[in-house]
Design a binder for this molecule. Sequence first.
Ligand code: KIV
Length: 280
Amino acid sequence: MSTTATLNANAPAPRRMTVPAFRARKGQEPLVMLTAYTARMAELLDPCCDALLVGDSLAQTIYGLPSTVPVTLDTMIAHGAAVARGARTALVVVDMPFGSYEASPEQAFASASRVLKETGAAAIKLEGGEAMAATVAFLSARGIPVMGHVGLTPQAVNILGGYGARGRGHAEQAKIAADAEAIAAAGAFAVVVEGVVEPLAASIAASLSCPVIGIGASASCDGQVLVVDDMLGMFERTARFVKRYDTLSERIQAAARTYSEEVKARRFPGPEHLYEAPKA
Ligand code: KIV
């Protein structure tokens, strides 16, 4: 690790996005959100983002796990604290992992208050609709801003049976719309709508009074979020809704190949990388 890789901690602190300011962007300029899992990535993304989500998608992007189900609260707190250290102006939102909030509002408060205390993030996100409304109300009334997440909810993969788009039938559409409405009415300051048919996402965005952040949803949502590794092209296979803005995996492999060739040919390190002995 190079000793030059330090965060630019001495720069003056600009104004940070707050939860009320984020909420007030409903119907205004679209909100920009990406996931981040490390301090340095947060520092790089921060100038372009209104919010950084420490997503439990770190299960796949960082830890090579098959789903988000195994992620622990301690893991989310460690990455949440790293992102909060790197972010300067973006609102930092940390995902509540599976099993840390569903049992009761009290369990959710114990977990979420640890997240806010130990990370420095300003808000949490949790998955679920009508069944989570009482918990969202409980947390919001006790100083914990909640971002909801409905539609395709990856923590429910064992119930849903996969990651396919939701809301293809009338009954499921009505259920997802009711879920979004219940979470917003309970006090969520924003709701992520993931992987649903476009007209449903558009109608949820039009009907809720808080911002609706889409992912695989609709361009008419109040904002968009993507998993940063997907957007940067770190993986060969991604969902239909992902747009790759780079092919970072290919560039990393090319750089590693060049490094390997140079080490084997003794072209690296060159004289400019070496410390000279003091002149006698
Ligand atoms: O964990 C995550 O990255 C998320 C986004 C996909 C919304 O929840």
